[in-house]
Design a protein around this ligand. Structure first.
Ligand code: ADP
Length: 634
């Protein structure tokens, strides 16, 4: 076994790998950029090497820097985690050339699965069932359109080099094809420097069911059952669970056998995931194989009792798999919810800022929190805005789901907008409770997930009103203090005269006053500062100030501004309307690109744009005013 490994990654997954390595007596080397100097994983590792500026293409994606760090520290192996260089054939090659073990599959397997289109050809030859579609080399727009027309709409355009749902567009009719192709190619080129597309039949109401496989260098191969990752937004996973609801032992065995066949066909070694779409008739189709550890691997660990990172290290060291297929058993049920800094009410736009309050639920044999951040850390624009993975386990799905909702209601984050309230609504929705999931789940159930039940609002509104008053009191105290102090830590807003406490002390103070002011039992309740004013944690879940505004007698927090702001730091890629020309509510006014995704800014009402403050191509700060809008209702 290795005595020292380097982790070519950051954040949550670096922490996760360090935990297992430490358990196995293996020393760890972390690498860090300027943005991660004080990060948790850097503190946890035995050694740390600085590898450059914050942008990942100047640090975490620079193969030579990582290889150099491994050589300098004498690491015998490199764990790439997920994302970054985890599926990069050149990195794998360079490791081998420098006598460093890559903790992952052989380079040939990475290459074989690296392109979704090439992977499909290999799988078709191995008789693994595929989604009908075109995955050829001829990329002329006319041919792609012809293929789509022949297949029949809806179709899905996918970047061959894709990942994370980027460069993907559903097309519902021939009329939309050209513009969708253009947008998908632009996003793919931007994210992967490659705009080769495949066209697939867009299956309606499929489930995303993936099989965890493991192979060693002694020709052993097993599958560690399935994960259902159907609940997605923008084709990205939101809540994952294992086992899949409604899965039969027969279907599991069939899918497991197909996954092993897929892995064997490329002489796989290590941890891999074969992703399938499963339709309502129980037919399943190969989508892609991920040649790395998945974000959602913890749910498999919880139901199988195995440590998949330990398995990776064992296999990479040339030892046989720890278990045979017969020895592997499913025990109970697990969920993982991805806690993200993002705004579900604003098309899941990534959020950034300081985690001024961060209190996860207590960990136990039922609750596990995999994270890479602590209170006071910054969610920056440079990396994925995931805050943590909340994983729960119990003996069956109903009990595990109760654990999940309980843990979500106790998860407290302030300073950054998060999806916790949204996850809570999702987890408590009747359709999710019934296990009736498919990849369109969030869209189909948006009424239930995005909106609150009346009785919950009735419950929370008085608390919110009280919280608002309390925060104003705290605000007044803060102003008084500020006038006596230079360099005050209090951050105050001038719009609406509304308080925006971002300092933990101010929150604590507000909570104390709130408890004293209200007659309601607040043993579970607390208030926190958010981007929009405040949020309220109650036994019924989380309420944002915005949700409760009608009950507070305030219609709009931003009444002081007729302007529209950049949702985040990014590039303006298109001004979509002309100055002075009437637009309808919801029309696209401009398109921004941030974190390699396109975001649109919409007209808040019928009206017209009187001025754009930036030209297309400009880099704008998050929160910057982009344009002046005159509403017809003003
Ligand atoms: P990525 O690698 O970008 O994550 P995937 O190929 O894994 O892309 O697809 C992501 C998600 O998109 C799937 O989990 C599924 O929800 C949806 N999807 C992909 N292909 C299809 C299809 N042919 N029909 C319907 N949905 C699909």
């Amino acid at each position: 076994m290795f005595t020292k490994i380097l982790i070519a990654n950051r954040g949550e997954i670096a922490c996760r790998i360090i935990k297992t390595a430490r358990h196995m007596g293996i020393a760890t080397v972390a690498v860090y950029s300027d943005a991660d100097r004080d990060a948790l994983y850097v503190k946890m590792a035995d050694e740390a090497v600085y590898i450059g500026p914050a942008p990942s293409n100047e640090s975490y994606l620079v193969v030579e820097k990582l290889i150099q760090a491994a050589i300098e520290t004498g690491a015998q192996a490199v764990h790439p985690g997920y994302g970054f260089l985890s599926e990069n054939a050149e990195f794998c090659r360079q490791c081998a050339a420098n006598n460093i073990t890559f903790i992952g599959p052989p380079v040939e397997a990475i290459l074989a699965m690296g392109s979704k289109s090439a992977a499909k050809t290999i799988m078709a030859n191995a008789d693994v069932p595929l989604v009908p579609g075109y995955h050829g080399d001829d990329q002329s727009p006319d041919l792609l359109k012809h293929e789509a027309d022949t297949m029949g709409y809806p179709v899905l355009l996918k970047a061959a080099a894709g990942g994370g749902g980027k460069g993907m567009r559903a097309v519902y009719s021939a009329a939309e094809f050209d513009s969708a192709l253009h947008a998908a190619k632009r996003e793919a080129l931007n994210s992967f420097n490659d705009d080769i597309m495949l066209v697939e039949k867009y299956l309606l109401k499929p489930r995303h069911v993936e099989i965890q496989v493991f192979c060693d260098s002694h020709q052993n191969a097993v599958y560690l059952f399935e994960r259902d990752c159907s609940v997605q937004r923008r084709h990205q996973k939101v809540i994952e669970e294992a086992p899949a609801p409604g899965m039969t032992p027969e279907l599991r065995e069939k899918m497991g056998a197909a996954a092993i066949k897929a892995a064997r066909s490329i002489h796989y070694e290590g941890a891999g995931t074969v992703e399938f779409l499963l339709d309502s008739r129980g037919d399943f189709f190969f989508m892609e194989m991920n040649t790395r550890l998945q974000v959602e691997h913890p749910v498999t660990e919880m139901i199988s009792g195995q440590d998949l990172v330990a398995w990776q290290l064992i296999v990479a060291a040339g030892e046989p798999l720890p278990c045979s297929q017969e020895q592997l058993k499913i025990n109970g049920h697990a969920f993982e919810a991805r806690i993200y800094a993002e705004d579900p009410d604003n098309d899941f736009l990534p959020a950034t800022g300081c985690l001024s309050l961060l209190t996860p639920p207590a960990e136990s044999s039922h609750v596990r929190v995999d994270t890479g951040v602590v209170e006071g850390d910054e969610v920056s624009i440079y990396y994925d805005p995931m805050i943590a993975k909340l994983i729960v386990w119990d003996t069956n799905r109903t009990r595990a789901l109760a654990r999940l909702t309980e843990a979500l209601s106790r998860y407290r984050v302030a300073g950054v907008t998060t999806n916790i309230g949204f996850l809570y609504n999702l987890a408590t929705s009747s359709a999710f409770r019934a296990g009736d999931v498919d990849t369109g789940f969030i869209e189909h159930h948006s009424d239930e997930i995005f909106r609150r039940r009346e009785e919950d609002i009735d419950y929370a509104a008085p608390l919110a009103a009280s919280a608002a008053l309390t925060l104003r009191q705290a605000h007044a105290i803060a102003i008084a203090r500020q006038s006596n102090e230079t360099n005050s830590p209090w951050h105050l807003s001038n719009s609406w005269g509304r308080p925006r406490p971002t300092h933990p002390l101010q929150i604590q103070q507000s909570q104390r006053i709130l408890c004293a002011n209200t007659e309601t039992d607040l043993s579970h309740s607390s208030i926190v500062a958010t981007e929009y004013g405040f949020g309220l944690f109650t036994p019924q879940g989380y309420f944002s100030c915005r949700e409760l505004l009608p009950d507070l007698g305030v219609d709009n927090l931003d009444t002081d501004s007729g302007n529209l702001k950049a949702p985040m730091h990014g590039t303006l890629i298109g001004l979509m309307v002309d100055i002075g020309v009437a637009v309808k509510k919801g029309d696209i006014l401009l398109v921004m690109e941030a974190m390699k995704m396109e975001h649109t800014v919409l007209a808040p009402s019928d009206g017209l744009v009187t001025e754009f403050y930036f030209k297309a191509g400009a880099l704008v700060e998050g929160g910057a005013e982009l344009l002046s809008f005159e509403g017809h209702d003003r």
